[in-house]
Design a protein around this ligand. Structure first.
Ligand code: NAD
Length: 457
């Protein structure tokens, strides 16, 4: 498999893919090694993860450079991602013991009832490329801490990062057989689905997630899916600092070159503040520097998958053909590398692909609404259900709107953010199950109920 730098088109490295046979061998090793790993004291597994965290910090320059070179992420955002991943790891280190230790939940004379959280066993993590550290640690770290073995398939677009994660986990003390990195693309992922695993944890698109859940359904093991989104942001008419709101919304839409599952994907603005908002928004976007992701000042990097340039171009052309106004951007750049200009469309409607289909790139539509009711109706008009946000002065008004959203996460005066303290979950086509928070620690375990009665005869 060739690893290609999406910003230059150059081949960085060639790497051998796993075959069905090597995957099976890795699986057998993981299966054999897992019970001993699960028998290690919880504190020892946590201590190993602490060492992994320290290694991420020690190696961060090299890791950030590799990430930028293979996915085209602006270098400052690569450093931010590693820092964010370390914060999440810190959460797991601090809180896992509380949620994984056995609990005595009821006692009466001669009877004890307790819950023991046993690991699932050997699980698969099939992962995405857009935030390989963040979406990786959501699964890998709590799974290992809980005593599971992990068959980890990084995306074919972030393979080198996946290999680096495997190397550092081993250096930290995770036994080599317990964490198996599986190299390859779609077919390799499918080969993993053929193994008798004890859980499937997937991050990626709705189409792949649906395929995976159908394929493993008969196994009756957990299948957790973190999928795409079409996340709305609404700006009502009561904002004391509209300029700051526009800047925050633009960052939410364009950070990571718009290639975030919870990027702002569509914006609705109250008619009273629409013109001013659009003006501020475009001013902000004009300042975004597009270019070489290895330069410190770059904000918009490369589009990781070359074929996705056509998806973005099609959304823009479809919108313009149906009456949208193109205020800035609108096309891919000529020359080597995959770049698409940051693009703002107004006068958009829900007849257009850009307001319905996940863009997953630096393209945004802004639609005018007459009141909160119209905004709510449009925000709900989607097959996805990841996040929704409202920017306004009054918390009560925002919360009344957020209560109506059918999404796993809602935001008031913030967006495009994930906290390890809160469950990260999608509804509808955005997924099933939760990572992070206590829910994302327990997700890698099965509760066993103990009824313990002291014999009294
Ligand atoms: P993708 O679905 O193309 O690929 C994801 C992974 O699945 C890759 O490792 C890929 O090799 C593998 N795969 C592809 N086809 C497969 C098959 N038939 N069987 C088994 N494995 C298969 O998605 P992507 O392009 O890597 O990621 C982008 C998508 O991920 C976007 O929709 C984005 O919103 C979503 N995402 C969601 C979250 C979240 O937390 N909800 C986080 C990051 C990304």
């Amino acid at each position: 498999m060739k690893i290609i730098n999406p910003a230059t088109g150059a081949v960085i490295q060639e790497i051998e893919e796993d075959s069905a046979e090597t995957i099976h061998q890795k699986y057998k090793k993981a299966r054999t090694a897992q019970p001993r790993w699960a028998d290690e004291p919880l504190r020892r597994r946590i201590a190993i993860i602490e060492r992994f965290d320290a290694l991420l910090e020690q190696n961060r320059d090299e890791l950030a450079r590799t990430l930028t070179q293979e996915v085209g992420k602006p270098i400052r955002q690569s450093y931010n991602e590693i820092k964010g991943a370390r914060q999440r790891i810190g959460f797991f280190i601090k809180h896992s013991e509380r949620w994984l230790s056995e609990e005595i939940v009821h006692q009466e004379e001669g009877l004890t009832e307790k819950i023991v959280y046993e690991p699932l066993g050997v699980i698969a993590n099939i992962s995405a490329w857009n935030y390989p550290y963040l979406v990786g640690v959501n699964v890998i770290i709590p799974a290992l801490i809980a005593g599971n073995a992990v068959m980890y398939k990084p995306s074919e677009y972030s393979t080198l990062t996946g290999v680096a994660i495997g190397r550092l986990l081993e250096e930290a003390g995770v036994p080599a057989d317990i964490f198996q990195v599986i190299i390859g693309g779609r077919q390799t992922g499918e080969a993993l689905l053929d193994l008798p695993l004890d859980g499937y944890f997937f991050t990626g698109s709705y189409a792949t997630g649906r395929f995976i859940s159908q394929r493993v359904a008969a196994r009756m093991v957990p299948c957790q899916l973190e999928l795409g989104g079409k996340d709305p942001l609404y700006v009502p008419d009561n904002n004391s600092n509209l300029k700051a709101v526009a800047a925050a919304a633009a960052d939410g839409a364009f950070y990571n070159t718009g290639q975030s599952c919870c990027a702002v994907e569509r914006i609705y603005v109250h008619e009273k503040v629409y013109d001013a908002f659009v003006r501020y928004f475009v001013e902000e976007v004009k300042n975004f520097k597009l270019g070489n992701p290895e330069e410190e000042s770059t904000y918009i990097g490369a589009i990781t998958r070359p074929q996705h340039l056509e998806v973005l171009q099609r959304q823009v052309e479809d919108a313009i053909s149906k009456g949208a106004r193109l205020l800035i951007g609108g096309k891919k750049l000529q020359g080597p590398g995959n770049f698409f200009e940051p693009t703002v469309l107004t006068d958009v409607s829900h007849d257009m692909l850009v307001m319905k289909e996940e863009s997953f790139g630096p393209v945004i539509g802004i639609q005018k609404v007459k009141d909160d009711a119209e905004a709510v109706q449009l925000m709900l008009d989607t097959e996805y259900g990841l996040t929704a946000s409202v920017y306004c002065d009054e918390r009560q008004r925002a919360e009344a709107i957020l209560k109506l959203m059918d999404t796993g996460t809602v935001y008031w005066n913030c967006c495009d953010r994930v906290s390890p303290y809160l469950p990260w979950s999608g509804r509808k086509h955005s997924g099933l199950g939760s990572t992070l928070s206590y829910a994302g620690i327990r997700a890698f375990t099965r509760p066993k109920a103990y009824h313990l009665r002291a014999l009294s005869f």
